[in-house]
Design a binder for this molecule. Structure first.
Ligand code: ADP
Ligand code: MG
Length: 318
């Protein structure tokens, strides 16, 4: 199979067909129409073998995850995904690998009606780059810079599961079969919170997706908004796997500092709490208030009302 056969067989054949794509895969560029009155949100993320995923990672999971992390960035802006490009560097042409990669990638793409409109295919050490594009209504994108004192801080889903999975893959912790399956699913196949992001457009004051750990990513909101925050660790949403497999203190530290969760962290003005609950009532995604924004800069973490004492930066989890 040469480069063109690969593109035709695996990528062009599997691509969705959206009405706003004038020319997809096959020419020197893709040509698309941004819907009138919408703004274009653009993001890109790369995954390199041995750096962003383990050498043992399955191609199906890699295909899912590279798209999921890009859609997660769109979700964090409140954008609706539309198009993606895929730059794939492969050491060898392994058709089984390509087929499984495409299964993971296109299953997720289809769920969010995302069309693959172009890319690049080259030989070299395994590396995968996706660029994702989506739409937001004018001036409605969720920024990191607009959190205000007394805003409430929320996170979606549960925190720390991906970190626990990584510890398990590194044999640093022993999990029951059931918990292991659950956290590996969270680590390998994160769910981009796209619908959540869309519903937060008119409510949230700021948002970010959690790729590097809650403390670090909330830190970006605080810095760019020039505010501080008070977090209550007893409010952190933790899974059964976290609560039953490791000491509570370790679970809290993972929830605060472990990466790869791809949940959203967002803030809302306190008076919009009821509106938030009404807006999200029909959405199948857990969300939890974990603290408040303060005028005083810095991240203050409390446990049962007292200052929480634990080293957060450079902390060795196990
Ligand atoms: P060019 O040489 O003009 O850059 P290529 O030969 O690299 O074009 O690619 C031919 C067509 O296939 C282009 O439309 C390109 O966007 C598309 N393409 C190449 N690789 C991929 C890929 N991995 N996924 C999707 N489309 C791809
Ligand atoms: Mg060309």
């Amino acid at each position: 199979m040469n480069e063109f056969d690969i593109i035709k067989h695996y990528f062009a054949a599997n691509a969705q067909h959206r009405a706003d794509v004038v020319h997809g895969i096959g020419d020197d560029c893709a040509i698309v129409n941004v819907p009138p009155g919408q703004e274009l949100a653009i993001t890109t993320d790369t995954m390199v073998a041995g750096v962003h995923f383990l050498e043992t990672a399955l191609p199906d999971d890699i295909g899912h995850k590279i798209l999921a992390v890009n859609l997660s960035d769109l979700a964090a802006m409140g954008a609706t995904p539309a198009w993606v490009t895929l730059a794939l560097t492969l050491p060898v042409v392994d058709q089984q690998w390509l087929q499984n990669f495409c299964a993971g990638f296109f299953t997720l793409a289809t769920r969010f009606r995302v069309q693959l409109i172009g890319g690049d295919t080259t030989r070299g050490p395994l590396s995968i780059t996706v660029q994702a594009m989506g739409f937001t209504p004018p001036q409605k994108a969720l920024l990191r810079s607009q959190a205000k004192p007394s805003d409430l801080i929320y996170v979606t889903g549960q925190l720390g599961d991906a970190g626990l999975a990584l510890a398990s893959l590194r044999h640093q912790v022993q999990l029951s079969a059931e918990h292991e399956t659950a956290v590996l699913e969270r680590f390998n196949r994160p769910e981009p919170r796209v619908t959540m992001g869309e519903h937060l457009r008119d409510i949230a004051s700021a948002a970010i997706d959690i790729s590097d750990g809650l403390a670090a990513d909330l830190g970006h909101i605080l810095k760019q908004s020039q505010v501080g925050a008070r977090l209550e660790v007893e409010r952190l949403p933790l899974s059964a796997a976290m609560l039953e497999s490791i000491p509570r203190q370790k679970a809290i530290e993972l929830a605060l500092t472990a990466g790869d969760d791809y949940e959203l962290c967002f803030t809302i003005p306190a008076h919009l709490r009821t509106e938030l609950e009404q807006t999200l009532a029909a959405i199948d995604c857990r969300y939890t208030q974990i603290g408040v924004i303060t005028a005083q800069p810095g991240l203050e973490i409390t446990e049962d009302g007292k200052k929480y004492h634990a080293p957060l930066e450079g902390y060795e989890h196990f």
